[in-house]
Design a binder for this molecule. Structure first.
Ligand SMILES: Cc1ncc(COP(=O)(O)O)c(C=O)c1O
Length: 365
């Protein structure tokens, strides 16, 4: 907890939630009641199923009985539309559906969200402001993305295994004044056993992030930009080109000219390239389903941890274009992927031995 407080410059941290979903559930349980309304991103606009509606088996609706309303989204700017969201919230209030909680953040998360722009308004309406940093926690810890808590968020949830390179797990970060409610919701509310081996792993990840996080996070983002540029040069339709593609670890691709995201995800996997199929704006209207959506989502956090840089991003873009556009044999591409990967076997941004890590941790005698 000390290490996480230091890393996120926060007053209060609960490291017990066993995943990002459980961290979100902890916040729902602490600050809302079943039947309340919350606002989050719709899934085709980048939202995650843990903030989803009951009809889609989303955690917020299914497990905590929340009614989920969606942020107004500006597809040209790939972001939450501040003015239209304010209007929508005022309308909900006039219909007696005042949101209790607003959840920023998402799964497809290319650009920082307007937390600063909306927080004062949300607080004046008595709405709890949370930020789901499941994906971008490492970029925030590495000081290369927005700082949700100082921009006005009341709490931030995260996974400890995405850009924050720790073990599978979660955490809630907040202010002292909310600590008792969060603690009670974390235990006994949403976990009775907080998986101690993971808490130890989280401590190591936090210490490594204090030591290497800024360098790592800035390389992750530089690599995402390099990958987006290179894919675009290969002729792949990279989304958000009007905005410089990305300011995070992610790159989003529209593959509708070449097939669908579900099929191409599997093809790329056959070539040893791991990406996610991704619903993208316009999919639902076009009748595309989450199993076979129009997009792919690619992240640079893992390849960066192995020490890859912009020149390898060009190589990866060429390999991906061979599968997506040129329909080359995945067996042949896989051989080239294995060859590229051969030179990157060692995990970087990590302590070489235990000794330098101990300076971060007071071990009881
Ligand atoms: C925005 C968002 N929140 C929460 C989660 C859930 O995280 P976890 O896998 O740690 O349960 C994810 C997972 O991808 C996510 O994208």
């Amino acid at each position: 907890m000390d290490l996480a407080r230091q890393l996120f410059e926060a007053q209060f941290v609960d490291v017990r939630p066993v995943s990002g979903v459980c961290a979100n559930l902890t916040v729902y349980s602490a600050f809302t009641d079943p039947g309340d309304t919350m606002m989050a991103l719709a899934i085709p606009n980048g939202g995650h199923i843990s903030t989803g509606r009951k009809e889609f088996n989303g955690t917020a609706g299914l497990v905590h009985g929340l009614n989920v309303e969606y942020f107004a989204f500006d597809r040209d700017n790939w972001n939450i539309d501040v003015d239209k969201t304010k209007e929508k919230i005022k309308k909900l209030i006039s219909e007696n559906k005042r949101p209790k909680l607003v959840m920023f953040g998402g799964s497809l998360f290319l650009f920082p969200h307007p937390v600063r722009e909306l927080s004062d308004f949300l607080k004046s309406e008595n709405i709890f402001v949370c930020y789901d940093a499941a994906h971008v926690a490492g970029l925030i810890a590495g000081k290369q993305f927005q700082k949700p808590l100082s921009e006005g968020a009341d709490a931030m949830t995260l996974s400890t295994h995405k850009t924050l390179f720790g073990p599978q797990g979660g955490a809630v970060i907040s202010w002292e004044k909310y600590s008792e409610k969060i603690k009670a919701a974390a235990f006994p509310g949403t976990a009775s056993n907080h998986h101690l081996q993971n808490v130890a792993g989280k401590a190591i990840a936090f210490a490594e992030f204090l030591e290497f996080g800024e360098r790592y996070a800035s390389q992750v983002i530089a690599n995402a930009r390099a990958l987006a540029d290179a894919l675009s040069e290969e002729g792949v339709d990279v989304l958000a080109s009007n905005l410089g593609f990305t300011k995070s670890h992610q790159v989003a691709i529209d593959v509708t000219k070449y097939g669908d995201g579900g099929t191409l995800e599997k093809e790329l996997e056959r070539a040893n390239i791991i990406v996610n199929r991704q619903l993208i704006p316009g999919d639902v209207k076009a009748g595309r389903h989450y199993m076979h959506p129009g997009g792919l989502r690619v992240g640079t956090s893992e390849v960066t941890r192995l020490g890859m840089g912009p020149s390898e991003m060009k190589e990866i873009a060429r390999l991906m274009a061979r599968v997506i556009m040129k329909k080359s044999s995945t067996t042949e591409v896989r051989e080239d992927v294995i060859e590229l990967r051969r030179a990157f076997q060692k995990v970087q941004y990590a302590f070489e031995t235990a000794l330098p890590a101990y300076k971060y941790v007071k071990v009881r005698s």
